[in-house]
Design a protein around this ligand. Structure first.
Ligand SMILES: [Zn+2]
Ligand SMILES: [Zn+2]
Length: 654
């Protein structure tokens, strides 16, 4: 039989040959590296017989699919070890996930698993990996599989098989299921797997958590063990280092340590900004305001509480009501806005608009409330009280492309300011949508043209657009390589329709404007949370809550120190004075811990010469300078909003 290879060549193989045979026929090296085979794009075991005429590709550690494959292998090895070490444990499911894998177990009542048990489990896993146990697939009848798992008391597996049979399409009843065996362990599993446990080159168990069976709070609480696996020890070490960095940078931890913000059970999901955090907030809003104004956005302010009638008209009542907060006042039902768009529409509609007025760009640091279940709240990253850097552009269809490009340029400017790497995604028409196909053709065409004309690379997410229009999402990569979705630029043909928006064209007839929703930072809350982690709490000077601290060496320098602080304050810098009778070494160490950008040490020499001895956080001593020189140095740094990513261009892990 013949199969075809990715390079277009054909390979002649004996009938019944497997992926392993194909790899061997190509070369011994490939046969040794092979993990699995893709047959007509479907991933399969290396040992499975190939279909004559199939297009095949040998999967090796270099392939995109390799990580997921060995992580799935590793989940089985975890279950192998756990079953040996904890007799009576019941197993449920163990899939690969982003960054690793997990397995859910139902332990006997006397076992309370914690990370303290990981070493013992990992040791046992290592033994199974070193033994190089092959993964062997067996297709067995449903009856035999049920009997087997019933005998073993594996109720979860029994339930999974019963559901498979029950939920099957009647035209294709499930008659057999596949089992995978490695060493002493057998699991109900669709596969595929690598040829042997030996292919897991590096792994680690990372955490343990509770998880309901089938995610159903009415069912058993299981113990989920998370782990990760890699194809090399170096990759694992790098991953663990990133996790450690992320832990050190956790914005909730830094928020507490640096007194930036706090939460109270009295207002769940809504941050309270402490003085230092409010400083950052204000710097960021000033930045937002100035940059919007320079791009001819008009800032507006709108209420947060509206008659439910508005939410009926906007459609939120039908599709979004469960995520909104309602109250009743004087017999009227009022709802807190979850989005600013209907509010901006009121302003647009307050006057008769002409084509000469367009585009109209309204920007608002708009406060919206969205109900997020308490279990999903996460520091500043997931809150119920959300201040968006929102804007709505009302324009003619001809202006769409240019306006979208303007939004993208604005986005890039912001991300550049903070040192993020942008990545773009274009999402097109979903199955459930409003508007005609011609409308979607035009809208998608305009977005794509906006991207292509600027020579921008983007990923295409077909079918992922909003129901009212296509969108471009802006994702950022932060200083430790994590990706965040921050911005979005969305075309909307539906709301102008619902609210009857019009403008008078040059033909004097009424036309429908197009509406563009765009947010670039997303929300101030989440953006500051991300910034805290991105900068590891070491804010660039323009954002730093306290920019400099003056440190007198002895009590006799206090007067001079006070005058220095006063001069800096008059120059517009945010300054503190540390007058405590502590050693200068201790004061410097504490300022370093608080991540204060500049420490200005003053003693006899400085007082006499009217100078300060300048230290920069992390960088140490920068020598002495006059107070005026320091002011101009710091002022310049604030003015051009430079941050550590500018000072450390060229790979600094921080
Ligand atoms: Zn499996
Ligand atoms: Zn909007």
């Amino acid at each position: 039989m013949k199969v075809s290879l990715p390079d277009g060549n054909e390979l002649e193989l004996p009938d019944g040959a497997s992926g392993a045979d194909a790899a061997r026929a190509i070369g011994e090296g490939l046969a040794r590296a092979a993990l699995a085979v893709k047959q007509d794009r479907v991933l399969r075991d290396l040992s499975a017989p190939l279909r004559p005429g199939a297009r095949i590709e040998i999967v090796t550690p270099k392939s995109e699919e390799a990580l997921e494959l060995v992580r799935h292998d590793c989940a089985h090895v975890l279950a192998t070890a756990v079953m040996e070490l904890y007799p009576g444990v019941k197993i449920s499911i163990g899939p690969p996930i982003e960054d690793g894998f997990y397995y859910d177990f139902d332990f006997p009542a006397d076992v309370k698993l914690s990370d303290a048990d990981f070493e013992r489990i990992e040791q046992r896993m290592r033994e199974h990996i070193n033994a190089g146990e092959p993964f062997e697939r067996e297709d067995v009848s449903v009856a035999r599989a049920l009997e087997r798992f019933r005998d073993e008391g594996q109720d979860y597996k029994v339930e999974l098989i019963e559901d498979l049979v029950r939920d099957a399409d009647p035209a294709h009843p499930v008659e057999t299921v596949s089992l995978y065996r490695n060493g002493p362990f057998t699991d109900l599993c669709r596969g595929p797997h690598a040829p042997s446990t030996k292919r897991i080159k590096a792994f680690k168990l990372t955490s343990v958590a509770g998880a309901y069976w089938r995610g159903d709070a009415q069912r058993q609480m299981l113990t989920r063990v998370y782990g990760t696996a890699f194809l090399s020890k170096e990759d694992l070490a790098e991953h663990l280092e990133r996790l450690e960095q992320a832990r050190l940078r956790d914005h909730r931890k830094l928020g507490r340590e640096l007194d930036l913000f706090m939460f109270s059970e009295l207002s769940p999901g809504s941050p309270f900004w402490q003085p230092a955090g409010s400083q950052i907030w204000n710097q960021l809003t000033d930045f937002w305001r100035v940059e919007n104004a320079s791009r001819e956005y008009s800032e507006v302010r709108t209420p947060i509480l509206y008659d439910a009638e508005l939410w009926r008209q906007s459609g939120h009542w039908d599709v979004y009501r469960d995520n909104m907060y309602f109250t009743e006042v004087e017999g009227r039902s009022l709802g807190l806005k979850p989005m600013n768009c209907p509010a901006h529409i009121q302003i647009y509609n307050s006057e008769r608009r002409s084509y000469r007025d367009l585009p109209i760009r309204y920007a608002e640091a708009g406060l919206v409330h969205r109900h997020e279940p308490s279990g999903t709240l996460h520091g500043l990253l997931r809150v119920r009280h959300i201040t968006q850097d929102d804007a709505h552009i009302f324009c003619t269809e001809d202006q769409v492309k240019e306006e979208v490009q303007g939004c993208l340029d604005f986005g890039f400017f912001i991300y550049e300011t903070f040192g993020f790497e942008p990545r773009l995604e274009l999402s097109t028409r979903p199955e459930k949508r409003v508007g005609s196909d011609e409308m979607w053709d035009r809208a998608e065409g305009a977005l794509e043209a906006a991207l292509r004309e600027k020579g921008l690379e983007f990923e295409l997410n077909e079918g992922d657009g909003a129901f009212y229009g296509p969108k471009i999402d802006l994702h950022m990569t932060d200083s430790i390589g994590r990706s965040w979705q921050l911005g979005t630029v969305q075309l909307d043909y539906s709301m102008p329709e619902r609210f009857g928006l019009v403008y008078a064209g040059d033909d004097n007839a009424d036309h429908r404007p197009v509406m563009i929703h765009r947010a670039l930072m997303g929300s101030f809350e989440r953006f500051i949370g991300i910034l805290i982690e991105h900068y590891a709490g070491e804010f660039p000077l323009w954002l730093a809550p306290v920019q400099a601290v003056v440190l007198p060496i002895a009590d006799r320098h206090a007067d001079y120190a006070r005058s220095v602080a006063e001069e800096l304050r008059r120059a517009g810098l945010r300054v503190q004075l540390d007058e405590r009778t502590e050693s200068i070494g201790k004061k410097i160490r504490e300022a370093e811990v608080r991540k204060l950008p500049y420490m200005l040490v003053v003693g006899d020499k400085e007082a006499e010469a009217g100078e300060v001895s300048v230290r920069r956080h992390r960088e140490g001593d920068l020598g002495t300078s006059s107070v005026a020189d320091f002011v101009s140095r710091a002022g310049g740094e604030v003015a051009d909003r430079s941050g550590w990513h500018d000072r450390n261009r060229g790979g600094h892990g921080c």
